[in-house]
Design a protein around this ligand. Structure first.
Ligand SMILES: [Zn+2]
Length: 422
C-alpha cells in the first residue's frame, strides 16, 4: 500500500468542496440547531438525490437506479468487465437527525472517485458510488430496506404494506419516487449472476465516543453487532380513572411497567455489552383521566455475539407473558440482523491506507447497524469511521470537523484505489 499510493491522490481530496457539499445537503430538510429532517422517499430526499446526480454528472460518472430506488454513480475502469468496487452509504436522516450520518459516506465516496479522476489516475476495476434507500427506518420501519433487498436478504416486496405516520405505504412512496425519477436509467436489482462486487467500503461517522476519547483519526471497523427489534402489544380495558377501583382494572400501562421491569432483569449484563432499549411507547386512549386499554412499545436489543443475541431475544416473548398480570400480550419480531464480522481483506486495506497517510487508527466494532451488514454475505466488506464529537448522533448536535471528514475521505480514496487496482 505504502508503495502504491500516488501522492497526487490524497492531494486531490478537496476538503472545502466536500464540506460545502455537506452543508448544501444539510440545507435540504434543515431544522433548528443545525439538525436535518430528511426522511426516506420524501420530496426533500428527491431534491438531495437530484443534487448528488448533478455533481456526479459534472464529475463524469454515469447514473442509474434499481427497483428499490438505490442510486448508483459509476466510474468506469480500464477493464469495464471487471467486478466493480462499491462504496457509499445512505442519504436519508432521522426525523431529528444531524448533518453527517449517512450523507457523509455518499459524499465522501463521490469525492474519492472525483479525486482519483482529477489526479489523472485510472483504476482497473470500475468504482460505483451507491446511496441505499431507507437506511434509517424512521418513516418506514425497519431500516436498511434498500441494502436488504439488494443483497437478497429479503424480497423487494417485503415492506409493501408498511405505512408511515400519515398512512402512506412504503410501496406507494416508492412508486411515487420511481415515477419522479423516470428520466434516470434503470439497472437490475442486486448483484447479477457471476458479477458480485469485488468489495464494498462504507465511510461513516463513528456515532460513539471512542475515537475522540483516544485522540484517533480513523476507525478500522471489524464488524457490526447484531440487532433484533420487537413490538409488544398489551391489551386491557379502558376505564374511568376516578370511579374504577384499582383492584378491578385491566390497566395496560401498569402491565407494560411489569413487562419492562422483567425485561430489564432478563437483559442485565454486568459487562454492559448487551443493549436493551424501549424507545417508543404508544398509549391508548392516552388520556390523563382514563385507564389505558392498549399499549404498544418497541424493543431494540443488540449484542455482538450471535449466541447471546439469540438466547436473550428468544426469551423476550415468554418474559413478557409471565410478567403481565391483568392484560393479554403479544410480541412480534420485526427486524433481525445477526452480528456481522468483516472478512480481513477490506479492514486490512483501510488500516494500510491510514498508515500510509500517517493517520492514527484503531480497530473497533460498530455498535450501530449499517447497510454494510447486509453486504457481508455478498463480497468482502469494510467500514471507515471518523470521530464524532461527544459520540453524539441521531441528534442535531452531531458533529465531525471538515478536517476529520477530509482525513476519512483520503483513507477512503486510498482504499478504493488499492482495491480497484487488484
Ligand atoms: Zn447512518
Amino acid at each position: 500500500m505504502t508503495d502504491t499510493l500516488p501522492p497526487a491522490l490524497p492531494a486531490a481530496i478537496d476538503e472545502s468542496r466536500q464540506w460545502a457539499r455537506l452543508m448544501g445537503m444539510a440545507m435540504l430538510g434543515a431544522i433548528p440547531h443545525d439538525g436535518v429532517n430528511r426522511e426516506a422517499l420524501t420530496p426533500l430526499d428527491r431534491q438531495a438525490r437530484r443534487l448528488l446526480v448533478t455533481w456526479a454528472i459534472e464529475a463524469g460518472l454515469t447514473v442509474s437506479i434499481d427497483e428499490m430506488n438505490n442510486l448508483f454513480l459509476r466510474h468506469e475502469g480500464t477493464d469495464p468487465t471487471a467486478a466493480p468496487v462499491l462504496s457509499g452509504s445512505h442519504m436519508d436522516s432521522q426525523p431529528s437527525g444531524g448533518r453527517f450520518d449517512g450523507i457523509w459516506g455518499v459524499v465522501a465516496a463521490l469525492e474519492a472517485v472525483q479525486a482519483i479522476r482529477e489526479a489523472g489516475l485510472a483504476t482497473r476495476r470500475p468504482i460505483e458510488v451507491v446511496s441505499w434507500t431507507n437506511e434509517e427506518g424512521g418513516r418506514f420501519a425497519p431500516g436498511c430496506m434498500g441494502s436488504m433487498a439488494w443483497s437478497g436478504h429479503r424480497p423487494a416486496t417485503t415492506w409493501d404494506q408498511v405505512a408511515d405516520g400519515a398512512g402512506i405505504t412504503f410501496r406507494a412512496a416508492l412508486d411515487e419516487q420511481m415515477a419522479a425519477e423516470a428520466d434516470l436509467p434503470r439497472r437490475p436489482l442486486g448483484p447479477q449472476p457471476g458479477a458480485a462486487p469485488f468489495a464494498y467500503v462504507e465511510a461513516h461517522i463513528e456515532q460513539g465516543p471512542r475515537l475522540e476519547a483516544d485522540l484517533l483519526d480513523i476507525g478500522v471497523v471489524t464488524g457490526i453487532q447484531g440487532s433484533r427489534w420487537f413490538l409488544v402489544d398489551i391489551t386491557g380495558q379502558s376505564a374511568h380513572a376516578g370511579t374504577t377501583p384499582v383492584g378491578l382494572r385491566r390497566d395496560a400501562v401498569q402491565d407494560m411497567v411489569r413487562a419492562i421491569e422483567a425485561l430489564n432483569r432478563l437483559t442485565e449484563d454486568p459487562e454492559d455489552v448487551l443493549r436493551f432499549t424501549v424507545g417508543r411507547v404508544e398509549v391508548h386512549p392516552n388520556s390523563s383521566n382514563s385507564v389505558a386499554d392498549r399499549v404498544r412499545f418497541s424493543i431494540d436489543l443488540r449484542h455482538p455475539d450471535a449466541a447471546v443475541l439469540t438466547a436473550k431475544g428468544d426469551a423476550i416473548a415468554a418474559t413478557v407473558q409471565s410478567a403481565v398480570k391483568f392484560c393479554t400480550a403479544q410480541v412480534t419480531e420485526r427486524f433481525t440482523a445477526m452480528p456481522a464480522t468483516f472478512q480481513p481483506d477490506v479492514p486490512a486495506a483501510v488500516e494500510a491506507a491510514a498508515a500510509a497517510l500517517g493517520l492514527r487508527s484503531l480497530r473497533l466494532a460498530s455498535g450501530a447497524f449499517h447497510d454494510a451488514q447486509f453486504l457481508v454475505p455478498v463480497c468482502p466488506t469494510g467500514m471507515i469511521f471518523v470521530p464524532s464529537r461527544g459520540g453524539i448522533s441521531h441528534n442535531p448536535a452531531e458533529y465531525s470537523s471538515p478536517e476529520q471528514l477530509a482525513a476519512g475521505t483520503r483513507v477512503l480514496a486510498a482504499t478504493l484505489y488499492d482495491l480497484a487496482n487488484r
